[in-house]
Design a binder for this molecule. Structure first.
Ligand SMILES: Nc1ncnc2c1ncn2[C@@H]1O[C@H](COP(=O)(O)OP(=O)(O)OP(=O)(O)O)[C@@H](O)[C@H]1O
Length: 263
């Protein structure tokens, strides 16, 4: 019997500006599963993530978190279950790294934006330390954000999201700014967390990375063009239809390689 989804969107229609950006998408995300969302620029990937988080108003459809309508969840409880790392997230430049990561523990827990609604505990401290360690950011935890490189900031953003100890982690292009070593580290880390039960949904542009997910959702013009295992989705036909590029797909050492033939 399959597990119920942590987060589920049914019949989602979302407008961005004056045009429809997501058109009739169904998507469900489980614990212990790594889903890659792929598709060309403007396909609606970020808009879909934002809609699933309740950050973009729905024109039609419904999002349910653990079986309950998203709108019925208090904001703080919702952000403890589902953490989000936005594309190009900007962090407060004068804030120290550890304090930024600590924000992940209390998202939405501030009354009138000023007064914490619950005391800071040892469990909070331990979760922050663990998130710093897992992202290899603890060694500069006392530095200010303004003193970090783009890749280091990206890892601090990830640490902030992880500090919430969510059931599901939504990441929008998390490998932006990361060098090859940290990209592979991130992937290894995510795989390890997924094995421990975390659900991960990542918007990825690198199809070779997407090929290492459990499941791939290919968006094209706001609709799901294909969904399934990497081998089912990452076919020359699907990639030609969505990206307009001819590719060949081969297997090397048990992994799919996508090689563009044009150009
Ligand atoms: N604020 C906005 N106002 C108007 N149109 C928007 C807005 N945000 C997004 N769009 C449009 O909605 C569509 C989907 O955008 P979205 O950012 O979801 O795509 P994406 O697949 O994440 O793209 P990318 O790979 O370039 O990040 C695009 O056509 C985009 O131009």
């Amino acid at each position: 019997m399959s597990l119920p989804p942590i987060l589920e969107g049914r019949g989602l229609h979302v407008r961005a500006g004056s045009s429809p950006a997501v058109r009739g998408v169904d998507a469900a995300f489980q614990a212990g599963e790594f889903t890659a969302i792929i598709g060309p620029n403007g396909a609606g990937k970020s808009t879909l993530l934002r809609a699933l988080l309740g950050l973009s108003p729905l024109e039609a459809g419904e999002v349910r978190l653990e079986g309950r309508a998203l709108a019925a969840w208090p904001r703080a409880a919702r952000s403890r279950r589902v953490a989000y790392l936005a594309q190009g997230e900007t962090l407060p430049p004068d804030t120290r790294v550890r304090d930024v990561v600590s924000l992940g523990r209390g998202a939405g827990d501030w009354k009138w934006g000023l007064i914490p609604t619950r005391p800071w505990t040892e469990a909070d401290e331990a979760a922050v330390t663990a998130a710093l360690e897992r992202t290899d950011t603890r060694r500069f935890e006392t530095r200010r954000v303004a003193e970090l490189s783009g890749g280091e900031r990206q890892r601090v953003s990830l640490a902030r999201a992880l500090a919430a100890q969510p059931a599901l982690l939504l990441l929008d292009e998390p490998t932006n700014h990361l060098d090859l070593a940290y990209t592979l580290d991130l992937l290894r880390y995510l795989r390890c967390e997924v094995a421990g039960g975390l659900g991960v949904v990542a918007v990825l542009h690198d199809l070779t990375l997407a090929a290492r997910a459990d499941r791939v959702l290919l968006l094209h013009q706001g609709q799901v063009l294909a969904e399934g295992t990497p081998a089912q989705v990452l076919t020359p036909e699907h990639l030609r239809a969505s990206y307009g590029v001819r590719v060949s797909v081969t297997e090397h050492a048990g992994r799919l390689l996508i090689i563009p033939e044009d150009g």
